[in-house]
Ligand binder design. Sequence first.
Ligand SMILES: [Cu+2]
Length: 286
Amino acid sequence: MLKVVFALGVAVAFVGVFATPTGAVTCHVGQYRSNDACLPCAPGSFSTIRNAASCTTHKTCLKGQFVKKEPTPSSNRLCAFCASEGKFSNIVNAPSCTAYTVCAAGVKQTKRPTPTSDRVCDGATTSTTNITAVVALFDPSGASTVSGIVTFLQFSNESFSRFTGTLTNLTDGLHGFHIHESGDLSGGCASARAHYNPFRKVHGGPADSNRHVGDLGNIQASGGVASFSGIDQQVQLHGDTSVIGRAVVVHALPDDLGRGGFSDSYTTGHAGARIACGVIGLKFTP
Ligand SMILES: [Cu+2]
């Protein structure tokens, strides 16, 4: 008799877990209640409580994340960030993150990596050749006695160009200092033509983004001598826009950097006559 009572008690307890007080069947996690029936959560949804009134759509792991734990009818999808692994994902619900492409030695990166996109390498090689060029300046017409040497140096096509020089027999003060487009001095400094301007911009100062490549501003003479050095971000000794074979020209007047308001401020900087020039040539390095 005791056994019967115990078995009955167990049965009552068992029903208590899975039945509502009204006697209806209890719906499990992973199910939802529809009237008196328990229906499984549809694919893509879940429930974590018994007798859920409805199921909840699984979370979507966004681009830049990956699925750390797959969803089930009774649990949500768990996402984690690819950045924590130093990788990326470019699809939603990515099963894992992808390692970034590594640009081969000397190949330039044209697009930075992000948590949702890969690095892009354009295949163009970086030239790491040091190039040194030198210019001997004088006045082919003989009208002035200005002369001197200017040297340009660039370590790679992605580095600044450096220049240094000394000119003598100048009047004291500022003198426009430019790279002109032609290395032809057959007609004197005049045949060096206009400022070197491969990107079709207006005349400006060396610090301006809107300037001719050849716009190096002014040099300053004191006691008849100008000794100067500088760096420039636009002058290239490498590649298609190399200035080698073109000319450096020094002018009688200051370059107004395009700001003087003269009719020629936007083309020549109103820098006046050409008093010395020279062709930019490769320096011999034994
Ligand atoms: Cu000039």
